[in-house]
Design a protein around this ligand. Sequence first.
Ligand code: FES
Length: 115
Amino acid sequence: MQDSDQVPEGFEKVCLLSELQPGKGSRFIVNDEEVALFNIGGKVYALDNVCPHQHSPIIYNGYEDDNFIACPAHGWRFSLETGKKPDGTRGLTTYPVMIIEGTVYCKVIPKKFNW
Ligand code: FES
């Protein structure tokens, strides 16, 4: 069986799980979108890499704090699971992640702009 037989529609290959440092974030472009992957507690999370505060692509450089990721610039915090801020308001988009035979796949739907 080939990998592609197991990968659900819409998921893109991002990297090898072994490339994600435990406790750290990494930056990727998936479907033209900035994505931050975090390898935390044996689970991989995918969030929008662009902080909504100053629209900077730096979330991957943030640090984990009690299941939240804190932006490295000014400390805004976002849930690893939902992307929401601690008060429950909208924060970052999160993306589904699958790991198949040591490869990380992510489903990223490109943002649409209304010009
Ligand atoms: S740029 Fe992220 S908190 Fe300011």
